[in-house]
Write a protein that binds this ligand. Sequence first.
Ligand code: SAM
Ligand code: DTB
Ligand code: SF4
Length: 317
Amino acid sequence: MDAPVRHDWTPDEIMALFDKPFMDLVYEAQGVHRLYHDPNKVQLSQLISIKTGGCAEDCSYCSQSSKHQKTTGLSATKLMEVERVVAAAKKAKAGGASRYCMGAAWTSPKERDMDTLLAMVEGVKAEGLETCMTLGMLDKCQADRLADAGLDYYNHNVDTSEEFYGEIITTRTYQERLDTLAHVRAAGINVCSGGIVGMGEKREDRAGMLRTLANLPEHPQSVPINMLVAVPGTPLENVDKLDPFEFVRTIAVARIMMPKSEVRLSAGRQEMSEELQSLCFLAGASSIFYGEQLLTTANPENNKDMALFAKLGLKPA
Ligand code: SAM
Ligand code: DTB
Ligand code: SF4
């Protein structure tokens, strides 16, 4: 089997992958997975919300937008102190995480916060963890400064297809997202970019999102695939649930299209059975968010994940 790294995927080719019989698709994805990844290892990234809520953007899925805050009842916080973040990172490392992802509910970081952010990167790295941040849009200078501080990954999702995007977010454009990814890439930081499924989009949109990601000048080193967590009080709270098999298909197609990337089974695991998660690993998911909290919503407890890993003979990485 051969799985070259390609950047010229056409919509028809991607739809043909989605349309395959489920068994054929998962078998192909697992074959591609085995070319570049240890099939019995799963990377563990732990999240922390270093600044919660009060966000000026209007992403319809998000509990942290100031537009939805009244209905979600979420209270906003200030940026955390460096010492608290480093102490929490130490705990995450002791619990088994290898990467620490710090998220802030911002349109983009403010100059007055940059020194604190750089100190967080340095402090978390010094604990022996890989670092990741997700702070909204970055300009070139901000990306360069984070790179100089040693930031390993920057997460900024395209979220969905270019066509569906306007149904979900109106306060920033798709192109602005791609510009941030270009600054991150140019700064030499690993790109973490993926999106959300289950927002009422069509299969064409899931395919379009993966096409955007795979046809970037370089595949994102990490591709988080989130299942929508339908947060009460957000505009998407009552959206129809996505068929779980379609979620597995999305993971499988991501794996085939971006063979060397980490594909992360991201938000939504709290509501997934062990069997569904196992199918995601079989379809090529190589990473998860670990720890009992995502940003504002719950995630499975460590001992539950470790029990599943033990049943499957998976090793954390
Ligand atoms: N505020 C920053 C930004 O959006 O650029 C960073 C944090 S933001 C919460 C990171 C990503 O988490 C979003 O782009 C989205 O893909 C995902 N996300 C947010 N809320 C979610 C939800 N309710 N369900 C699933 N994924 C979600
Ligand atoms: C990503 O793709 N998913 C993470 C991380 N990147 C920042 C966030 C998931 C958030 C889920 C909803 C919440 O907990 O607020
Ligand atoms: Fe703000 Fe990020 Fe939530 Fe959008 S996803 S509202 S940018 S915190």
